[in-house]
Design a protein around this ligand. Structure first.
Ligand SMILES: [Zn+2]
Length: 334
C-alpha cells in the first residue's frame, strides 16, 4: 500500500508530499461537488442514488450494494438488492410499482439478500404489471437466476413459498419476468429496452462466481455499474468507455491476498480502468472496513492516475445526471 501521509518517524519527499496533499484536497472537494445530500433525489430529472455503498461484512455501517436510477420522478431501475437495500429503498422514497427492471449482478448476499423482502413489500404496492428481472446463469455452487427464484419462491420447495405467486402472477402478486444472461458471453447483450431506457449486461470475472456488469442508457446519459469483479476482463472497458457515470467497487486494498484479488480489483486496477474508460464521473463504492481504513490513500492513488472527477459513495448519496433546464430536450421519452 502506498502511504499518502507520512508514517511516524518518516520524512516524505517534500514535492511528493505536497502533491499528494493537493490530491487529497482535490478528492474532498470533488466529493462535496458531486454528491448531493438531500432527501429527494427523485426531484431531479435524471439521477443515480446510492442505496447501499457497503460490502458483505457487518463492519462498515452501510447497506450492501444497491443503486437506484431516478428518471422523471420514477424509480425505474434497481441494480442489486444487497442486505440493507430494503430499508434504503424505502428511505429514498422509491416505489416498487415504478420499477421497470431489477438487475441482479450476482448471488452473493451483499447483492441479493434484500430481494425477498422487497418482493414481500411489493405485495402492498399498487403494481399490476409484471416485473422484469435480470441475473446471471449458473456456475459451480451458484444458481442461475431461474434456480435462485425457484429456490426462494417455489410453491412446494421454496424458502418463501408464501410468495410463490410471483412465479405465476397469481395470489395477488405480479409475475416476475426473468432474463438469464449466459456466463460465457464475451459481448454485452441487451436485457431491457423500453420507455427510453436501455440496459445491457456483460459477464465480468469475479472468482468462480458468475457476475454481471450493467450499462444503462436513458435520456442521452449512460451509467455503468462494474459490480464485483477483479478487473481482468478486457471487454468491460469497452462496455464502460465514455460513461457519464461509472460505479466501481473498492473492496480490497492494494496489498490484498491472492484469493481476494481473484474476486476484486485492487485500487491500481480501478485506476487503470478509470483512466482507459474516461467516465465523466467515477463513483467508488462497495466499501468495507478493510478498504475504508485506506480510503484516502485509495482515492488519492486513483485520482493520480485517472485525473477525472471522483466521488466516494455513501448510502443515499444522489448524483444528478441532467441539468434541470435540459430535461425536455435531452429526454428520449415522449
Ligand atoms: Zn459484493
Amino acid at each position: 500500500m502506498t502511504a499518502v501521509f507520512p508514517l511516524p518517524g518518516e520524512r516524505p519527499v517534500q514535492g511528493l508530499w505536497a502533491r499528494r496533499m493537493a490530491l487529497s484536497v482535490l478528492v474532498l472537494t470533488l466529493l462535496s461537488l458531486n454528491a448531493v445530500a438531500e432527501p429527494s433525489c427523485s426531484a431531479h430529472p435524471l439521477a443515480l442514488q446510492i442505496l447501499g455503498s457497503g460490502g458483505p461484512v457487518a463492519d462498515d455501517s452501510r447497506a450492501s450494494s444497491g443503486y437506484l436510477l431516478w428518471h422523471q420522478g420514477r424509480s425505474r431501475l434497481l441494480v442489486d438488492a444487497g442486505s440493507g437495500v430494503f430499508t434504503r429503498f424505502g428511505e429514498a422514497g422509491a416505489r416498487f410499482a415504478d420499477l421497470d427492471l431489477l438487475a441482479l449482478s450476482h448471488f452473493h448476499t451483499d447483492h441479493a439478500a434484500s430481494l425477498p423482502a422487497l418482493l414481500k413489500s411489493g405485495y402492498f404496492s399498487s403494481r399490476r404489471r409484471p416485473l422484469p428481472v435480470v441475473g446471471p446463469g449458473a456456475a459451480g455452487p451458484f444458481p442461475s437466476l431461474d434456480q435462485f427464484l425457484h429456490r426462494l419462491l417455489d410453491r412446494k420447495q421454496g424458502a418463501f413459498a408464501y410468495l410463490a405467486g410471483y412465479l405465476t402472477g397469481t395470489d395477488g402478486l405480479v409475475k416476475l419476468e426473468p432474463t438469464t444472461v449466459k456466463v460465457d458471453l464475451r459481448e454485452p447483450v441487451t436485457v431491457y429496452d423500453a420507455g427510453g431506457l436501455r440496459v445491457e449486461a456483460l459477464p465480468v470475472p469475479h472468482g468462480i462466481v458468475p457476475a454481471l456488469a450493467f450499462r444503462a442508457t436513458v435520456a442521452g446519459r449512460t451509467l455503468v455499474f462494474g459490480s464485483d469483479q477483479n478487473g481482468s476482463g478486457a471487454a468491460f472497458k469497452d462496455l464502460a468507455r465514455g460513461a457519464d457515470l461509472l460505479v466501481l467497487h473498492a473492496a480490497i486494498p492494494e496489498r490484498a491476498g491472492r484469493a481476494a484479488r481473484s474476486l476484486h480489483a485492487v485500487p491500481s486496477r480501478l485506476a487503470d480502468i478509470a483512466r482507459d474508460t474516461d467516465p465523466a464521473t467515477l463513483v467508488i463504492s462497495h466499501w468495507m472496513a478493510r478498504s475504508l481504513r485506506h480510503q484516502q490513500a485509495i482515492a488519492s492513488s486513483i485520482v493520480e492516475q485517472y485525473g477525472g472527477k471522483l466521488a466516494l459513495a455513501q448510502d443515499l448519496d444522489c448524483f444528478p445526471l441532467l441539468p434541470e433546464v435540459q430535461q425536455e430536450q435531452d429526454s428520449d421519452v415522449p
